[in-house]
Design a protein around this ligand. Structure first.
Ligand code: C2E
Ligand code: MG
Ligand code: MG
Ligand code: MG
Length: 277
């Protein structure tokens, strides 16, 4: 039942991370148990707005701490979850957890913050996605504008299916951004047609921006493309001051990366980054 991609990821996992899982089924069993035992957590990473210097938005990132094996990277278990269909229950759990968190922060007087949620292609295409999000927004009585959806270019393959879903999400009041921009099928025609709000420049371009002229050129081009189309541009994977200086010079709107903060638990984020107006 497990497809090739899962196996490939498992091999990476086994050699590089932990030899305790003897096969991919073990990992799947552990993941199922983790969902039941509520061992998944959502961490948050701030996105710093370059004009104000403030963090007004955060990306929600899944964390899984297995009781036996410790932290397992989403880079490992998300592809497995996609292949096994577990991504649906995980994805809905993430959406609800984030809505709950936004409600909690709003009630405490922290307002006007936005949280970006990663939506996998399989979940994006699922007919329950839009109704579920709408239900959660009503249930927790939060502003739709406090939620952003991150999709990858992989979702854009089928424009006939994609555009109506994006339009419905926009009608609800959510923001939409394209994650890992520049690594997939970045047809400019899609960018033109899709009702999106932002682009996230993939970290592979940012990584050696200072030593690789081509990556620097691609980064500036994405920033200028995004700006001329009226989109918000975020650089992710920013780890040092030289990268920040380059992005400031190019007038990138927002920066996300270890330079400012790693993804951290909600209570840490509240202590370090939230302020009351
Ligand atoms: P992504 O959405 O592109 O998330 C950014 C990744 O870059 C995160 O990895 C984050 O921890 C990492 N990162 C942030 N700043 C830096 C930096 O300065 N340097 C480096 N080296 N890395 C940085 P993470 O949390 O391991 O997540 C990996 C991927 O797993 C995500 O990539 C996303 O595709 C997926 N993922 C994570 N959480 C979820 C989720 O709730 N749902 C879905 N569908 N996918 C998720
Ligand atoms: Mg993302
Ligand atoms: Mg990304
Ligand atoms: Mg990614």
């Amino acid at each position: 039942r497990v497809k090739e991609r899962g196996k490939a990821h498992y091999q990476f996992y086994r050699t590089d991370m932990n030899s305790a899982f003897t096969n991919v089924v073990t990992l799947e069993t552990h993941l199922r148990r983790a969902i039941e035992k509520n061992e998944l957590m959502v961490y948050y990473q701030p996105q710093i707005d370059m004009k104000s210097g403030k963090a007004k938005s955060f990306e929600a990132l899944l964390r899984w701490k297995d009781t036996e094996f410790g932290f397992i990277s989403p880079g490992v278990f998300i592809p497995l979850a996609e292949d096994t269909g577990l991504i649906l229950s995980i994805g809905y759990w993430v959406i609800e957890t984030v809505c709950q968190q936004i409600k909690y922060w709003t009630d405490k007087g922290y307002s006007d913050y936005r949280v970006a949620i990663n939506i996998s292609p399989k979940q994006f295409q699922h007919p329950n996605l839009v109704p579920f999000i709408q239900f959660m927004i009503e249930q927790y009585n939060i502003k739709a504008s406090s939620i952003e959806i991150e999709i990858t270019e992989g979702v854009m393959n089928d424009t006939k299916e994609t555009i109506p879903i994006l339009k419905k999400l926009k009608q609800l009041g959510l923001s939409i951004s394209i994650d890992d921009f520049g690594t997939g099928y970045s047809s400019l025609n899609y960018i033109k047609q899709f009702p999106i709000d932002g682009l996230k420049i993939d970290q592979s371009f940012i990584r050696d921006i200072m030593d690789d002229k081509k990556n620097a050129a691609i980064t500036s081009t994405i920033i200028h493309l995004g700006k001329s189309l009226g989109l918000e541009v975020i650089a992710e994977g920013v780890e040092n001051k030289r990268q920040v200086d380059f992005l400031l010079k190019e007038e990138c709107h927002k920066i996300q990366g270890f330079f400012y903060s790693r993804p951290i638990p909600a209570f840490e984020l509240e202590k370090q980054f939230l302020t009351k107006n």
